[in-house]
Design a protein around this ligand. Structure first.
Ligand code: F6R
Length: 608
């Protein structure tokens, strides 16, 4: 949500900032803007809509002079998307300009205070309030002014600040929103994430909360809000510049779908040694043995991973598991205690609801384990234990490869616990481990044959609504298939536990209504096929997703059948999610949607 870039160096800043913003587009935004310091002070150009509009307005940055600058993509929170509400915002008649990601919770209070001292405001944003506050605190030293303002502000935010009276300096602040500092050959940068700077450097400093960076062409220094100097280490990121480009694919989403075999391989290989799953490094054995209850807390697709994992953990490890939306967890007075393990799943590691749920779980005394894709993210830092999914940067708003990597981690957890607790037979354990190892190759097969999904998608793309049905893990998968379809193709869809359909929703089935039946649990196949036959009897057109060996069980009640390679039941969600992702992708393609950047959505949801 929102992207921030700053550059202080030898080159013209605007083209570098535009390039960085392009890499951050995936975070979601509805307007963009740039500020540079030229000979006559701070120059600002902004534009509502896509980055292309800003590029056009600035002639790809050429119209803006100056080697020090800030860039921003905004996802509206306070005030509608408009040129006026876009960032950068200024204070003190343009003396200070800032870009901001996140929310300043006490902005109304600060606004009133500043109004009483004669300041007036031109926008509805909390960002302008921060700019005015910084300018109000300015007494000849921009670092001191920012530090004083930060001590007044509450909320979760990242800021980039410049001041016309100190034209060589940029200030960046991190407070519960992501921010990194990067060192390039021709200057220094800061950004919301590494992808924005990969083209120029791999040398990074990850900021912690409540840290302020002072960045010039030659240097970066770090301070607390009380101006104590900090020493921070520089790290070399392993990510490659290709991680942030499309690699010849039409969309990031398709590229990322094809990267799933590698994402799963990289994520799991570290934890499988000599055909044994060993998570002792991240989940100490003594604790794992005595866990009383597991809570899986997450949002959106990560929540759907939790749903699938619940079935596996309960079945294999016989440990009671509850899956809770992060936004509900902290307000539900959860029955969490010292014997509870709270697992937080988050691709970005910055989702505000998940982060707050984590804090609540810790406050209640639970042990916390996060499954996170972004190194150094807030959730990873705040959890006692972390397992990183190694999916690499995910740029498309709709998650695919991170989802698959999360599913694989959750299968590892289920198996590790089952082994320690003696609830799985050695035969079944060995089958699951070897199937986990074989997973990347099975995913590759599905991806290679993706035309098998493209053709049926063409038959369905004109429909207005669609239903998904499934039982147990197939239900969890139905929820994910439905979310994927809705978010990128804007086709309305609902996912139902197959047995529930006839308790109301079946009244929505009409002649030609498409229903996708996910039937991969062999022991439940007959039941779901009966539900498919109930909707077919009412005119529905049924497409069934099933395992190769189960085709004959479903064929008679399906209009289309998509098969995936067989694997152990616990891992079926990992293979069957791929056709559902591809189905959503092709439907969105035929409907002419903006697949990588669906309307209204942000990749990293840093507001509650
Ligand atoms: C859907 C999607 C979202 C995220 C959700 C949680 O494709 O990407 O539903 O899964 O916003 O985000 P993370 O996993 O970053 O906490």
């Amino acid at each position: 949500m929102c992207g921030i870039v700053g550059y202080a160096g030898e080159n013209n800043a605007a083209p570098i900032l535009l390039d960085g913003l392009e890499k951050l587009e995936y975070r979601g935004y509805d307007s963009a803007g740039l500020a540079t310091i030229g000979k006559s002070g701070i120059d600002i150009i902004k534009a509502k809509g896509r980055l292309a509009a800003l590029k056009e307005r600035t002639e790809n940055g050429k119209l803006m002079q100056g080697t020090v600058g800030l860039g921003h993509t905004r996802w509206a929170t306070h005030g509608k998307p408009s040129d006026e509400n876009s960032h950068p915002h200024t204070g003190g008649n343009g003396r200070v300009a800032i870009v901001h990601n996140g929310i300043i919770e006490n902005y109304n209070e600060i606004k009133e205070m500043l109004k009483n001292r004669g300041r007036s405001f031109y926008s509805e944003t909390d960002t302008e309030v921060a700019a005015q506050l910084i300018d109000y605190c300015y007494k000849g030293n921009i670092l001191e002014a920012v530090a004083e303002a930060v001590r007044e502000m509450r909320g979760s935010y990242a800021l980039g600040v410049m001041c016309s009276e100190e034209p060589e300096t940029l200030i960046a602040v991190k407070c519960r929103a992501p921010l990194i500092v990067a060192y390039t050959e021709n200057g220094n940068m800061f950004a919301s994430d590494v992808t924005a700077v990969l083209k120029y450097t791999k040398e990074i400093t990850y900021l912690d909360d409540d840290e302020i960076a002072v960045i010039t062409k030659t240097d970066a220094e770090f301070y607390t809000p009380f101006l104590d100097k900090l020493s921070k280490k520089r790290e070399l990121t392993k990510l490659d510049v290709s991680a942030a480009d499309k690699g010849g694919f039409e969309h990031y989403m398709l590229k990322e779908i094809t990267e799933q075999p590698e994402a799963v391989r990289r994520t799991t290989e570290k934890f499988i040694k000599n055909s044994r799953v060993d998570l002792s490094e991240v989940l100490p054995e003594a604790f794992a043995r005595k866990i009383g209850k597991i809570f899986i807390v997450a949002c959106g697709s990560s929540y759907h991973v939790g749903m699938a994992a619940k079935y596996n953990i309960e079945k294999l490890a016989r440990t009671p598991t509850e899956v809770v939306y992060a936004s509900e967890f902290r307000y539900s007075d959860p029955l969490v205690d010292k014997a509870s393990l709270v697992i937080l799943i988050s691709q970005s590691g910055e989702t505000a609801d998940t982060l707050e749920a984590l804090r609540e779980a810790k406050r209640l005394g639970a042990e916390t384990l996060s499954v996170v894709n972004v190194k150094g993210s807030s959730i990873a830092k705040a959890s006692e234990h972390v397992i990183y999914t190694k999916a690499g940067p995910e740029i498309a708003v709709a998650t695919t490869k991170a989802y698959s990597a999360q599913l694989a981690v959750m299968a590892l957890i289920a198996l590790y616990l089952a082994d320690l607790r003696g609830t799985v037979s050695s035969e079944e354990y060995s089958v699951i481990v070897s199937e986990l190892e074989a997973l990347p190759e099975k995913l590759e097969r599905i991806i290679k044959n993706r035309a098998d999904i493209q053709y049926p998608a063409y038959r369905y793309f004109n429909n207005e609504k669609l239903f998904f049905i499934g039982r147990n893990t197939d239900y969890a998968l139905s929820l994910e298939g439905s979310l994927k379809l809705k978010e990128i193709s804007y086709m309305h869809s609902e996912a139902y536990a197959a047995g529930e359909l006839k308790h109301g929703t079946i009244s929505l089935i009409e002649e030609g209504t498409p229903v996708i039946a996910v039937v991969t649990c062999r022991r439940l196949a007959e039941k779901t096929v009966s539900n498919a036959s109930e909707v077919r009897a009412r005119g529905a057109r049924v497409m069934t997703v099933t395992a190769e060996s189960m085709r004959s069980l479903v064929e008679h009640e399906s209009d289309d059948v998509i098969t995936v390679p067989d694997t152990h039941e616990a891992l079926m969600p990992s293979v069957s999610v791929v056709p559902l992702q591809l189905f959503a992708y092709y439907i969105a393609l035929y409907r002419g949607c903006d697949i990588d950047k669906p309307r209204n959505l942000a990749k990293s949801v840093t507001v509650e």
